[in-house]
Write a protein that binds this ligand. Sequence first.
Ligand SMILES: C[S@@+](CC[C@H](N)C(=O)[O-])C[C@H]1O[C@@H](n2cnc3c(N)ncnc32)[C@H](O)[C@@H]1O
Length: 210
Amino acid sequence: MTQRDLPGLLNQYVKTGIRALDYGCGAGLMMPLLKEARFDLEGMDISANMLSVAVSDHKNTAFTHINSASVPRPDRLYDLVMLSYVLVEMASLSEMEAVLHEVYRVMKPGGVAVVIVSSEQKFQGHWLLVDNDFPENRKLTSGAHVKCRVVGSDVIFEDFFWTDEDYRSVFSKSGLNVLEWHQSLGKVDDGLPWKDELYSPLFSIYILGR
Ligand SMILES: C[S@@+](CC[C@H](N)C(=O)[O-])C[C@H]1O[C@@H](n2cnc3c(N)ncnc32)[C@H](O)[C@@H]1O
């Protein structure tokens, strides 16, 4: 759903050029979509292990191993900074704020940051894509440890729970404005037996300007 809606959002909001940073790129799973949208892309991550996978899968892309909140590039460089499922891994709002301050610094005026995170609803309800039946998800307070499994796989994500209000407070402290808050839903036309995805979002996409 997110992958379905992202190209249109990028086309609508990124107007200043094509230079892009995939911050917290991990293994580079977002990169095909960004390259297809014609971005001139580089990736950065704090995990050397994740970067080693990205390097072997994306031969013509530059990757840099960084410390958190430290992008070794000049001010106002990028038209787009993507943070896809990165903030959900942060244990504190102060860490998030430091990262977003750095994102603000390297964004061009008129450029955008796209932040994809879990929705507040993801850890309750019944989904086609996600099994959230873990004891960790019973007490959803800001900063709580949460867990999900991708249905049909052994892949378990262990993240931190943050509310929309939490994210908005750090965006605002970092000087970033919410241009759009997009929450994709499953559509009958998708041809999949969606469950709660039809009524409730699994993910939030924030389009941020500076
Ligand atoms: C769930 S993965 C998502 C990877 C990729 N963005 C994607 O959508 O497939 C989160 C990634 O964020 C990275 N990460 C977590 N905290 C970070 C930070 N403070 N600075 C940079 N990268 C970070 C992790 O190392 C990991 O590779």
